[in-house]
Write a protein of this length. Structure first.
Length: 281
């Protein structure tokens, strides 16, 4: 376990999952906007985790230097045979491995795409902090550990986490996000049970798509374009609210009350990720 995971700070939080507009037709804010807002909110650090790319981290790095914010370099990895992962390199060597991994996946696919497997990640996992992401749509109300059926998603997800834990260096983390959808307390409790059963460590993330609530309409337009439909036709493909924005440490503490260790782990992970793009100069 990382040093510092026992530290309890109700007013400290590092955002480990933020998508910029370099994730084409998904992220609704520039990296500079995310950095400036994170600094204004008093976040301890911010990770830019664009989907299968490091493209957003250069502008974020420059902006973070200007305002004095700790930036964590990272990426979201979508795998063909396992749940998606946030990959946060601890040091320069791990950053090089992540860069090679992304290049490998992009060479296999057409322009703008990336094909990666769990075996690929395992081969480049040294020095990385890896956070598993729950599926976008899954029926968390099923009892964790029950026998899988055709309609069951919890047992399938739990089994996938066990595969991740067996294939990747420990510890493996599991992202826990409060979506302000009315059912979050029960969903977070289900994630905590799954984490305990699989040996994963629950860690708080905001799963951020834009820096502030007023950017939600633009993100809706991006979704409609991505889905090749009109806004009127997009329906449930659109976010149900405008809560995919950066939040203050106090708001995160309020939303994740009862899961304080998951918040504390964001600080421990930020402390462990010491790589800075200045090291490449």
């Amino acid at each position: 376990m990382l040093k510092g995971t026992k530290r309890q700070h109700s007013t400290a939080y590092a955002e480990l999952q933020a998508t910029s507009n370099f994730t084409f037709l998904e992220g609704g804010s520039h990296a500079e906007e995310l950095v400036a807002t994170a600094r204004a909110l008093g976040l301890s650090a911010l990770a830019i985790t664009d989907r299968n790319t490091l493209a957003g981290v250069v502008r974020a790095h420059l902006a973070a230097k200007e305002v004095g914010l700790r930036l964590i370099v990272g990426a979201r990895l979508d795998l063909v045979d396992a749940p998606s992962l946030l990959c946060l390199p601890r040091d320069r060597e791990a950053y090089a491995r992540l860069s090679r991994l992304l290049s490998l996946g992009q060479r296999r696919a057409g322009k703008g795409h990336c094909i990666l497997s769990l075996a690929d990640v395992a081969a480049h996992a040294e020095g990385q902090i890896l956070i598993a992401l729950p599926p976008e749509r899954w029926d968390w109300r099923e009892a964790p550990g029950e026998a899988a059926t055709e309609a069951s998603t919890v047992p399938i997800f739990e089994h996938a986490l066990q595969r991740l834990g067996a294939a990747l260096p420990s510890p493996l983390y599991l992202a826990a996000t409060h979506r302000l959808r009315g059912e979050d307390r029960a969903r977070l409790a289900a994630l905590a049970v799954i984490a305990e059963r699989t040996g994963a460590l629950l860690v708080a993330t905001g799963d951020v798509l834009y820096h502030a609530p007023h950017r939600r309409p633009l993100q809706d337009v991006l979704t409609a374009i991505r889905e090749k439909c009109t806004l009127a036709e997009a329906g449930t493909r659109l976010e149900v609210n405008a809560e995919r924005h950066l939040k203050s440490p106090a708001e995160i503490a309020r939303l994740l009350r009862g899961h304080e260790p998951a918040i504390a782990r964001t600080l421990a992970i930020a402390d462990a990720c010491r790589f800075c793009l200045d090291e490449l100069v």
